[in-house]
Ligand binder design. Sequence first.
Ligand code: GDG
Length: 476
Amino acid sequence: MTIRMPRTIIVSNRLPTKVQRNNEGLSFKPSEGGLATGLGSIYRQDGNVWVGWPGLLVEDPAEEKQIAEALQGDSMAPVFLSEVEIENFYEGFSNSTLWPTFHYFPQFATYEPAHWQAYVAVNEKFCRAVLELAGPDDTIWVHDYQLLLLPQLLRQQRPDCTIGFFLHIPFPSYELLRVLPWRRQLLEGMLGADLIGFHTFGYMRHFLSSVSQLLGLPNQNGQVELPTRSVLVDAFPMGIDYEHYVQAAGSEAAQQHEATYREALRGSRVVLSIDRLDYSKGIAQRLRAFEQLLQRHPEWVGQVSLLMVVVPSRDQVAQYASLKQEIDELVGRINASFSTIDWNPIYYFYRSFPLEELAALYRLAEVGLVTPVRDGMNLVAKEFVACKTDNRGVLILSERAGAARELSDALLINPTDLEGMAEALHQALTMPADEQEQRMTAMRELVREYNVFAWSKLFMYQLAYSKVKQNTLATH
Ligand code: GDG
């Protein structure tokens, strides 16, 4: 008889590896994302596994088999999505219904029954894939808004499993959630978990309020009582791999890149902006605020440049294409108005950079300008802080990013208040060195301590605890 040890199964829409098809065949590139790093030590442990979509359309069963075999060696199990599923589940319900609603953009949300049906079907598909691997006593940790129904689907089939769920984006207020025709099913889906985690207490409160108003379920101290069991709800602010960024910033490569950039910029001071292309990130507002800085404080003309990295994302969704156009036009207009023969107000890059170059940009910038109109957490703010190894520099941070709850030593701004943002830029550029150091030191300490490893450990610990508590209550 073989004894099977309980295993931990991580489930997310995307696997932590980028699979690509090129002329030589398939290539597998590990993702450098925060989640992949934070959970690396969990899913790579003996017997554990990460279930998710490899991120490309595969129509040939032989290729599916080849991908599955290659991923198995690195503790991953793929779920393949058809073209129609990518369109209706991923681009449709996930990114055109849930994403805009949860980020307070209901005007961008679509309510297509076909998208909802695909969302249900793909959550069921993920459920089948997990069930093939999960034993009765396993721990399953489900991630993010693409899989809100999965905890409940798993619970129905494996009532004794330990199931955790973490939401990486904001949870909106009841008034936003109630707009969705499928609001009850979504909440019930999440409540299949033993533990539900959010980045902040604010999101957690919104969730509990929706659960009580839509499902009539009360809660006490973050515990929702269901007829047969209880669900624990808590805040777990996600961190970054602090040491990894400190090392990247201190690397020879990053220092060389920094020197090259400095020379090219000829002494101009740098404000840095880095995001995926997304309307939730407030990129257009940021550009307008920078324009206002140059208008209100003309002494900065010729002295300060905005380095703006926009990483291409979701360009199949209509709002993203029109946002790209708006940004292109704004950059063009501002540069045309203010440029001189030897100075550019904005350097705009519509692509991603390798980590060492990113770290060089973080080092180079005196001001990190992070101004989302809504953001679950925002890891860029934390990475900027981690890379400031000399404790200098100023972070300007939107009060509507989850990270603002922790990084209270940043200059906190309201991203709708363009004048306020322009003045915060002026304040950052004139901030005395000792004040910079005081604020930056405090933020670095926090980002170092509450890193991504502490985050995943705490969540797993609480998940195990929530199960022990349930079992104790059940036996009394
Ligand atoms: C979701 C939530 C939450 C960006 N440009 C480059 C690059 N990046 C990396 C950053 C950072 C990541 O992408 C972006 O993370 P964010 O947290 O800022 O934003 P989302 O992608 O929207 O993530 C968010 C997060 O989930 C985690 O829960 O914080 O609120 O929306 O790590 O460094 N990386 C490289 N080159 C680039 O050009 N190498």
